[in-house]
Design a protein around this ligand. Structure first.
Ligand SMILES: Nc1ncnc2c1ncn2[C@@H]1O[C@H](COP(=O)(O)OP(=O)(O)O)[C@@H](O)[C@H]1O
Ligand SMILES: [Mg+2]
Length: 388
C-alpha cells in the first residue's frame, strides 16, 4: 500500500510539473518565437512529459494489483470457510456467518485501502497546486480575510522613510511578458531634485518610471538612502512614492473620491497645484460625479486629476509620466516650480523644451538606454530635436 501512495504522489507531482511547464511555455510563447527557441521548448516539454507518462503507467499497474488483491483474498476466505464446513470443522450457521462477514470485509478493505493509497496523492496534488499559486496553502486565508463577505483588514499605514538619495544601478525594467522596457540604467537622484526624462516614443521613459513605482519587475538594484529596496511592490507603494501614469485610471465616483481614495487627505491645495481647480468648479464642486471611470472628463482633465491625487498623498518621491500632454507649457513650468518649492523629489517624463530647462538634470533616453545626462543647457545642442 505505501508503494501505491508513493507512486500516486509521484504521478501527481509529475502531472503538476508538466502543467507548470506547459503554462509557462504558453505564457511566453511570443518570446519563445522571437528567440527562435521553439525546438528547444518542444524538447523540454517532451522531456518533462516523459516523466509524467512513466509515473502514470506505474501508478495504474500498482492500482490494478491492489484492486485485485483484496477481492482475491475475500474469495479465498469464503472458499476456506465453506471448506472448513465440508471438512466437518464448523456447523452450517458458523460457516454462513463467517462467509458473509468475509464478503462484508471486502467493502471495508476497499475503503481502508483507498484512505491509504489516495491520501498521499491528494496531499501531493494540493502541495503542488499551492506551489503553483506562489507557495502558499490556498486553504489557509490570511487573518481577517473573509471570501464570502469580501471583508479584509485595512492595509497598514505606510511608514514614510524620508528620501535622501535614490540610487539606481544597472537597473532594467522588465514587463510582464518579458519585454525589457529599459536596460542598464545607473543614476543617483538627490533629495529635492527635479529630473526629467526625454526621448522618443518607445525609448523606455514609461517603463523606467513604472519600475520605480514597483508596478513592473526590475533587475539590478534600487537603493533608497543606501538601503536596498528588497520588496519594491510594498516599499515603493503610495504613501512613499506617488505615480502618475501616462494613461491614469479614474474611479467611477466623485472628484473627492478620486483624489482622497478613502484616506484622510487634503483636497483643495492639491487640486489647485494640479491646475484642476477651475474644472472642479465648473463641474459642480468636489462632490461632482466624474462618470463611469471618468467618461465625463477630457484626457487632460484625467491627467490633472491623477496629478492632484498624487500630490494629495504628499509623498517623498513623485513619478509623473508625460504630464505635458495635460498641461500647457506655462502651467507645466509653474507646476515644476511649485513642486520644487515643496522640496518634493520628482522624476518625470516630458517633451517640452521649456519644462526641460527647469530640470536640475535631464536624462536623454534612446532605445531603452540612457544616452546622456546633464542640465538641458548642455544637452540642448545635441538633443533638442527630441523636444517640442
Ligand atoms: N505593457 C507593456 N508590455 C510589454 N512591453 C511594453 C509595455 N509597455 C511598453 N513596452 C515596451 O517597452 C519599450 C519601452 O516603452 P515605453 O517605456 O512605453 O517607452 P516611452 O514611455 O518612452 O514611450 C517599448 O519597446 C515598448 O514596446
Ligand atoms: Mg511613455
Amino acid at each position: 500500500r505505501p508503494i501505491a501512495g508513493r507512486s500516486a504522489a509521484a504521478s501527481s507531482a509529475a502531472r503538476a510539473r508538466f502543467g507548470r511547464a506547459v503554462v509557462s511555455a504558453l505564457e511566453s510563447v511570443r518570446t519563445v518565437k522571437l528567440a527562435a527557441a521553439t525546438p528547444q521548448v518542444h524538447a523540454h516539454l517532451q522531456h518533462v512529459d516523459a516523466g509524467r507518462v512513466e509515473a502514470a503507467v506505474k501508478e495504474h499497474r500498482v492500482q490494478a494489483f491492489l484492486d485485485g488483491v483484496p477481492a482475491l483474498m475475500v474469495q479465498c476466505g469464503v472458499v476456506a470457510a465453506w471448506g472448513i464446513y465440508f471438512g466437518g470443522g464448523w456447523g452450517l450457521a458458523t460457516a454462513l456467518l463467517v462467509a458473509n462477514a468475509v464478503s462484508g470485509f471486502d467493502w471495508f478493505g476497499r475503503v481502508a485501502g483507498m484512505v491509504v493509497t489516495e491520501a498521499p496523492g491528494t496531499r501531493a496534488w494540493q502541495k503542488e497546486t499551492s506551489r503553483f499559486a506562489g507557495g502558499r496553502d490556498l486553504m489557509d486565508l490570511p487573518p481577517g480575510v473573509d471570501l464570502v463577505t469580501g471583508d479584509a483588514p485595512d492595509p497598514g499605514p505606510v511608514e514614510q522613510v524620508p528620501l535622501e538619495s535614490l540610487e539606481l544601478s544597472a537597473l532594467s525594467a522588465v514587463h510582464d511578458d518579458g519585454t525589457i522596457g529599459v536596460s542598464d540604467v545607473s543614476l543617483t537622484i538627490e533629495r529635492g531634485e527635479l529630473v526629467l526624462l526625454v526621448g522618443q516614443v518607445g525609448s523606455g521613459k514609461s517603463s523606467l518610471l513604472a519600475s520605480l513605482a514597483g508596478l513592473i519587475e526590475h533587475t539590478g538594484t534600487i537603493r533608497w538612502n543606501d538601503e536596498l529596496v528588497q520588496d519594491p511592490q510594498s516599499f515603493l507603494r503610495p504613501g512613499q512614492v506617488a505615480y502618475v501614469a501616462q494613461v491614469p485610471r479614474v474611479l467611477s465616483g466623485t472628484f473627492a473620491d478620486n483624489i482622497r481614495l478613502g484616506h484622510d487627505r487634503p483636497f483643495d491645495s492639491p487640486v489647485a497645484d494640479a491646475r484642476l481647480e477651475l474644472d472642479v468648479k465648473e463641474a459642480g464642486g468636489a462632490d461632482a460625479i466624474v462618470g463611469h471611470r471618468g467618461v465625463r472628463l477630457s484626457g487632460g482633465q484625467v491627467q490633472r486629476l491623477a496629478l492632484a491625487r498624487a500630490l494629495a498623498a504628499d509623498t517623498e518621491l513623485l513619478l509623473a509620466d508625460d504630464v505635458s500632454s495635460a498641461l500647457d507649457a506655462a502651467t507645466e513650468i509653474e507646476l515644476w516650480r511649485a513642486l520644487r518649492d515643496r522640496h518634493t523629489t520628482v522624476i518625470g517624463a516630458t517633451s517640452k523644451r521649456a519644462a526641460l530647462a527647469q530640470a536640475d538634470r535631464v536624462v536623454v533616453m534612446v532605445d531603452g538606454e540612457i544616452a546622456a545626462v546633464g542640465p538641458w543647457t548642455e544637452l540642448a545642442p545635441a538633443w533638442s530635436h527630441l523636444a517640442g
